[in-house]
Write a protein that binds this ligand. Structure first.
Ligand code: ATP
Ligand code: MG
Length: 284
């Protein structure tokens, strides 16, 4: 499979008289149709890494290295090119859906904007596509949902809507930074199921950041473990979860997984998708 994304020697630092290095020498690839999970303690540089890929970091950060997306180096792309890529070819799904929606505009208005900013569809076509997307995301009463404002939806509904919006334009890469962390465990299960379904439907590549081992185990094919801004381990998820080589991966997996050895055995011996109970157990 060809690489949709290739990151080489990514360095991120805060500018200043004495630059403060935050992400150091990070390299990884994501192939079409595959999902790379990123695991690491708080502050290890996961969000900075994701944000730098699509030019979302502020000017206080200096970013160097190479981020090749379909062969093109995004670190040298201009703002307009990046703006066009975001949404159309690269979609971001963020932790708190509330912050990604404009509180003063309805869901319908967000759908129209997403579709019409990147293509020449009529209002009628855009509304039909939006309604269909909401139904696919199992939002009850899609017509009613279109007229609602973000605060009139539950966290789970809003996150499903954001995933649906992220998929509307058929992106080649989805970057999801802790998309389930702010949800309760039942809603999380539903959202993860939606993400799994979406991965089956689209051939896109995905980066999925999560603290939640159960969620990672169910969506990622390979994992990158970060520690203090560096990659300390990468490999196939099954291998890393079953026999982590780095001390940090052993620690991250061990502290929460020692109580749920069943889960680890399941990862090791195949055994199908984790159940709702497995998520609940792995996400305290
Ligand atoms: N402008 C800045 N000045 C100083 N330190 C910064 C700045 N921006 C980010 N950092 C630090 O960089 C580190 C990496 O941040 P990042 O948000 O990538 O962590 P993360 O792995 O996503 O953590 P979390 O799991 O909590 O989301 C953190 O320790 C953060 O405090
Ligand atoms: Mg983060």
């Amino acid at each position: 499979m060809e690489n949709v994304l290739s990151v080489r020697e990514l360095h991120i630092s805060v500018r200043g008289e004495r630059p403060l290095p935050l992400v150091k020498n990070v390299s990884f690839d994501v192939e079409a149709g595959r999902c790379l999970g990123i695991l690491g303690e708080s502050g290890s540089g996961k969000s900075l890494t994701c944000g730098s890929l699509v030019g979302l970091l502020g000017s206080e950060y200096a970013v160097s290295g190479e981020v090749r997306f379909n062969g093109r180096n995004l670190l040298t792309a201009n703002r307009e090119e990046l703006r066009r890529l975001r949404g159309a070819e690269i979609s971001m799904i963020l932790q708190n859906p509330m912050t990604s929606f404009d509180p003063l505009r309805t869901i319908e208005s967000h759908i129209l904007e997403t579709l019409r900013a990147h293509g020449s569809v009529s209002r009628k076509e855009a509304l039909a596509a939006g309604r269909e997307m909401l139904a696919r995301m199992r939002i009850e009463d899609p017509d009613g949902a279109m007229r609602r404002y973000p605060h009139q939806m539950s966290g789970g509904m809003l996150q499903r809507t954001m995933i649906g919006l992220a998929l509307l334009l058929g992106p080649k890469l989805i970057v999801a930074d802790e998309p389930t962390t702010a949800l309760d465990s039942i809603t999380r299960f539903e959202v993860v199921e939606e993400i799994r379904r979406m991965r089956e439907e689209c051939e896109c590549a995905m980066i999925f950041v999560s603290h939640d081992l159960g969620v990672l185990a169910s969506v990622a094919d390979s994992v990158l473990v970060m520690h203090e801004g560096e990659v300390v381990e990468k490999g196939e998820l099954r291998r890393v979860f079953a026999s982590p080589r780095s001390e940090q991966a052993r620690y991250l997996l061990g502290t929460r997984f020692s109580l749920i050895d069943r889960f680890r055995r399941m990862v090791r011996n195949e055994g199908g998708a984790p159940s709702r109970m497995d998520y609940a157990a792995a996400s305290f």
